[in-house]
Each structure stands twice: as structure tokens, then as C-alpha cells.
Design a protein around this ligand. Structure first.
Ligand code: ATP
Length: 320
């Protein structure tokens, strides 16, 4: 009989989570699963709850939250063979979206029931694990601004992005990878295991999550208009063609900046050393994924994801 722990972050995203525990328990117990539910109370709790689930002999840990909750849960599961289930309840849900896990929770639960587990890569930045993206520069500044807000969700991300953009100054970085060294002033440097930050913002649309490689996207410093156009290309899936972009793949990279400071790890802001050492760990995590995932197509994939989000937002509005 499958034994699982469901970890719910009650403050993630904007979705009402009342009844989520009951819905999951009803469906999985009917199928013979033994499931217990735990709620996070603050930062780091999901890791502690996942570690104790492993000690109790769970073969699956289901995380209901955003990328921060998924990160904390998955960090405990790497290399254990215990399978991660994802119920996307966050503000961005970058990893779930990359994996094709529906943001609709009933549909997301169906993915877990299908019992199709896949091995995916994860990465470390100075010993801190990440599964989706990590970065320095503008994206780290947006994460820090978002974390200070009293509200969560997509609209708060948009507000944080515009507010940060108004006063942001690009910095100098030295980037070492694949035997080459680049030194430049950049708007941001993103190191991506998955294709998007979340909310269908495709920073590395061609990224594969199980190729043993990280996709690095450097956005050069440009003027106000050219940088704003990068944002448009990111949302439509054409970022790789943008003139301000330099991309490459590597399994390890060192980024040095002028001083220690802000970075983000799966969207969570973090103060880090001036030198970031980032490495990919091939197939280190098992996760339930859909059996069929449609390949990424510029415009088509972002537009259909946007309509889907709108449909779910309207449904959730009526459920509240
Ligand atoms: N009960 C709680 N109260 C306050 N913070 C919590 C609680 N439980 C967990 N947290 C913290 O909430 C933060 C945000 O969670 P999470 O990233 O899952 O949601 P989100 O930011 O809304 O979504 P996304 O990361 O997809 O944008 C995490 O840093 C987590 O440690």
C-alpha cells in the first residue's frame, strides 16, 4: 500500500486551500493509499516534515505550495528514491508548469494517481539545492521585493517587477563555464534547470530538466526600451532570439560579482557570497509527472497556458 505525507503551505499563492486536505485524502484513500497531512508554519518546515516522512517510511511526499515549498520538500528527497508529488498552489509554480503538471488541483492530483515517476536533475548553488532556476541581478531584486509584500500571487509579482525595474542598476559579473571566462555588465544572469521562472515567464525555453545540463541565460545591460522588449520575448517564448541575450549550456558554472548580495533560489530571495559555484546533479530526484507532455512552442504554449490560468482563476473565484 503506498504511504504518503501531504505537506501544505497555507500561505502560498492566493488560492483558498480549505478542503484541499479532504479532497486529497478522499481520492487517495479510496485507492488504498495511507496518507497523513501536515501544514507548514514557516520557512524550513517543509524540509523538516519531508525528512520525518522519510523516517516514517513514506514512499511519496506530496507538496502543495509554490516553488519555495517544492524546493524545501524536494531538498529532503534528493537521492532517497522517495517520490515527490506536486500540487501547484503557489504564485508562480515554475517547476510544475515546466513539468506539465496542471495548475488545476484536481487535474494535478490525477498526475499523482497515474503513478508515472520520472527522474529529474537538480542543482546546487554554494550547497543550497534548487530545482527550477537561480539567478543574480534583476530577478533576484524582484524576488526580494516580492518577499516584502503583504500579498502573494501573479498580480503582486507584476507589481514587484515594475517597481524594481524603475530603479534597477545592472552590475558587473565574471562568469566561468565550459573553460571560458566572460566579464560583463548584465541586467541578470539566470541559471536554469527548468524553462521558466513561473507564471509562464520563459527565461530558458529550450531547457531540459533531465539532460544533466543547466541552461544559462545572460541578459546584457540595455536601454529602457530594449530591456522591456526582452520581457515581451520572455512571455511569448522568443527570448533566445533577442539581441540582448547570450545563452549556453553547462554542467557547472562559477559567477563572481563585485560584492556579496542578493540572489534567488527557486524564486526565494537569499543573501549569498560574492562567488557562486553552481553545479548540476543528474537525475537526483524522482517526481510524478504526466505521461504525455506537449513540447514547447513559442506563442502557442504561452497563450494556451494564459487561457488555462484565466479559466482556473474564474473557477477559483466562484469556489471562494
Ligand atoms: N505558515 C507559513 N507562514 C508563513 N510563511 C510560510 C509558512 N509556511 C511556509 N512558509 C514560507 O512561505 C514561503 C513562500 O512559499 P511558496 O514559495 O511555496 O509560495 P509562493 O511564493 O506564493 O509561490 P511561488 O514560489 O510559486 O511564487 C516559503 O519561503 C516558505 O518557507
Amino acid at each position: 500500500m503506498p504511504k504518503a505525507r501531504l505537506i501544505i503551505n497555507p500561505i502560498s499563492g492566493t488560492r483558498n486551500k480549505a478542503g484541499l486536505d479532504r479532497m486529497v485524502l478522499d481520492v487517495l484513500s479510496q485507492l488504498g493509499w495511507e496518507v497523513e497531512v501536515a501544514y507548514t508554519k514557516g520557512h524550513g518546515d517543509a524540509t523538516r516534515l519531508a525528512l520525518s516522512a522519510i523516517e516514517k517510511g513514506c514512499d511519496t511526499v506530496i507538496a502543495a505550495g509554490g516553488d519555495g515549498t517544492i524546493n524545501e520538500t524536494a531538498a529532503a528527497l534528493c537521492g532517497t528514491g522517495v517520490i515527490l508529488g506536486i500540487l501547484p498552489c503557489g504564485s508562480g509554480n515554475g517547476l510544475a508548469r515546466h513539468l506539465g503538471i496542471p495548475v488545476d488541483l484536481k487535474e494535478g492530483l490525477k498526475v499523482i494517481i497515474e503513478n508515472h515517476a520520472m527522474e529529474i536533475d537538480y542543482a546546487t548553488v554554494n550547497d543550497c539545492k534548487f530545482f527550477c532556476t537561480c539567478g543574480v541581478g534583476f530577478d533576484a531584486a524582484v524576488s526580494a521585493a516580492f518577499a516584502k509584500k503583504k500579498t502573494r500571487g501573479k498580480l503582486t509579482y507584476i507589481q514587484s517587477t515594475f517597481q524594481t525595474y524603475a530603479s534597477y542598476e545592472p552590475e558587473h559579473y565574471t562568469i566561468m563555464a565550459n573553460g571560458k571566462t566572460l566579464t560583463e555588465k548584465a541586467f541578470l544572469v539566470a541559471v536554469c534547470n527548468a524553462s521558466q521562472y513561473g507564471n509562464n515567464a520563459y527565461i530558458a525555453p529550450s531547457a531540459s530538466i533531465n539532460d544533466g545540463l543547466l541552461d544559462v541565460t545572460i541578459i546584457h545591460a540595455g536601454n529602457t526600451l530594449s530591456t522591456a522588449l526582452v520581457g515581451v520575448d520572455m512571455l511569448t517564448g522568443f527570448i533566445e532570439r533577442n539581441m540582448l541575450i547570450h545563452t549556453f549550456r553547462t554542467d557547472n558554472i562559477i559567477i563572481e560579482r563585485e560584492r556579496k548580495g542578493a540572489s534567488h533560489v527557486d524564486g526565494e530571495p537569499m543573501e549569498m557570497d560574492r562567488r557562486l559555484s553552481i553545479r548540476c546533479h543528474h537525475n537526483g530526484l524522482k517526481v510524478f509527472t504526466p505521461t504525455v507532455v506537449h513540447p514547447f512552442r513559442p506563442i502557442l504554449t504561452p497563450v494556451s497556458a494564459m487561457f488555462n490560468d484565466f479559466r482556473i482563476a474564474v473557477n477559483n473565484l466562484f469556489q471562494k
